[in-house]
Design a protein around this ligand. Structure first.
Ligand code: HCA
Ligand code: CU
Length: 388
């Protein structure tokens, strides 16, 4: 297991740019990379310089920013792509080529033998130019590739002795945690190289798959902010953080968790999206407690119903009280917050009134406060009358 020592390869500026509404300006890339760097991701991956002239220029711009994170660019297994990328000032190259029957037939048309020869040629060329550059080789669509093909390619590439890391990619979101665990474990054992996992979310397993990869010994996980990417994207940065935090808070202590909301907001704004209501950590409802029994327990001890502490992320919890499922403990808590000490009977009366009214329409906090104030006024009057 490599939970203690994993690195995040943040690919919002590469995979994320492949999301339907993402087109980042240079200034936006600088802002995104800067925030991710402050957050503490270990590596930032950018679109290939071969994609467009601006893409190439933007890599140079980010390279000059002098970030703590290592800067990578993602290229096809082509000598020309490599040549262009080597010249941009990045610390590493992520090379990819498809190995599934689907991609071999419909994408590059090469056989496994030809893939291996090409990989050897491209890696050899890169190492000649830059012996120290970080080099990763990945098989696109790993999980629909034939196992024998995968093994041939990985063993051949590993035996070249030129790569630092091998990548496993669930390109179409078809993998399950068990499958990921099995494949990653096999590759870790084979050559003891670093292993990177890149997982799409088409069937909702991206976070679970990334976790399984780490359990099996993967060292690097690809993420994007909010999970943006091709189709419905990949493992989201915040979701991975939530998953690891709930396994052991120490695993994510190295990151500035309080920046997560700002990072999610930035990408949502740039891509013209809302942060999904049910988003990990930063979704609008992530820390809202509603039912009376939940509210009671959370007021006594938040950990009863919270596995993530909102304050660790610079956020706060909310207890919703103006609805028909409300409970008198939560109403009493609100009364106390207003400085009112009401008898239990009065609090229960107000709670019933709220429940009755909320059957037709939820109440606002101001409406609840008004009911509590009225009740306090009535208590005062009857106290005075009793004292007469
Ligand atoms: C792509 C495909 C890719 C590559 C992943 C990797 C995928 O858009 O180029 O390099 O590990 O999902 O397979 O994103
Ligand atoms: Cu991808």
């Amino acid at each position: 297991m490599s939970f203690e020592q994993f690195s995040i390869i943040e690919s919002t500026l590469r995979e994320g740019e492949q999301f339907s509404t993402a087109t980042f300006t240079t200034a936006q890339k600088v802002e995104i990379a800067g925030l991710l760097d402050q957050f503490g991701v270990e590596m930032i991956e950018m679109t290939s310089p071969s994609a467009s002239p601006q893409s190439e220029e933007d890599i140079r711009v980010i390279a000059r920013e002098g970030l703590k994170a290592r800067l990578l660019t993602h290229i096809r297994c082509h000598k020309e792509d490599a040549q262009r990328a080597l010249d941009t000032g990045v610390h590493g190259l992520d090379i990819v080529i498809g190995t599934s029957p689907q991609l071999m037939q419909h994408s590059h048309g090469k056989s496994i033998r030809q893939i291996i020869d090409l990989a050897a040629e491209v890696m050899g060329y890169i190492r000649e130019q830059k012996p120290d550059i970080i080099l990763r080789f990945s098989t696109e669509d790993t999980f629909r590739s034939r196992e024998a093909d995968l093994l041939r390619v990985y063993l051949a590439v590993a035996d070249l002795g030129m790569v630092n890391r091998l990548g496993v990619a669930d390109t179409v979101g078809v993998a399950t945690p068990t499958l990921v665990y099995e494949i990653v474990q096999q590759f870790v054992r084979l050559k003891r190289l670093d292993i990177e996992f890149h997982g799409h979310n088409d069937s909702g397993c991206a976070i679970a798959n990334a976790t399984a990869a780490l359990e099996a010994g993967a060292t690097h996980i690809d993420t994007t902010v909010l999970g943006i990417g091709e189709r419905n994207g990949i493992t989201p940065l915040g979701g991975l953080v939530a998953r690891l935090y709930t396994l052991k808070r120490e695993y994510v202590r190295k990151y500035t968790l309080t920046l997560l909301q700002q990072i999610d907001r930035l990408i949502a704004d740039i891509c013209d999206l809302d942060i999904p209501f049910n988003n990990y950590i930063t979704g609008a409802s992530a820390f809202i407690h509603k039912a009376g029994i939940h509210a009671k327990a959370v007021l006594a001890d938040p950990s009863t119903y919270e596995i993530l502490k909102p304050e660790d992320f610079g956020l706060s919890r909310e207890i919703a009280i103006g609805h028909r499922l409300t409970g008198w403990n939560a109403i009493r808590d609100r009364a106390r917050a207003l400085g009112l000490t009401l008898s239990d009977d009065t609090v229960r009366d107000v709670t019933h009134t709220i429940k009755r009214q909320a059957d037709s329409k939820p109440l606002t906090l101001a409406e609840i406060d008004a009911l509590l104030m009225d009740a306090a006024g009535r208590e005062l009057v009857s106290a005075v009358e009793a004292g007469k």
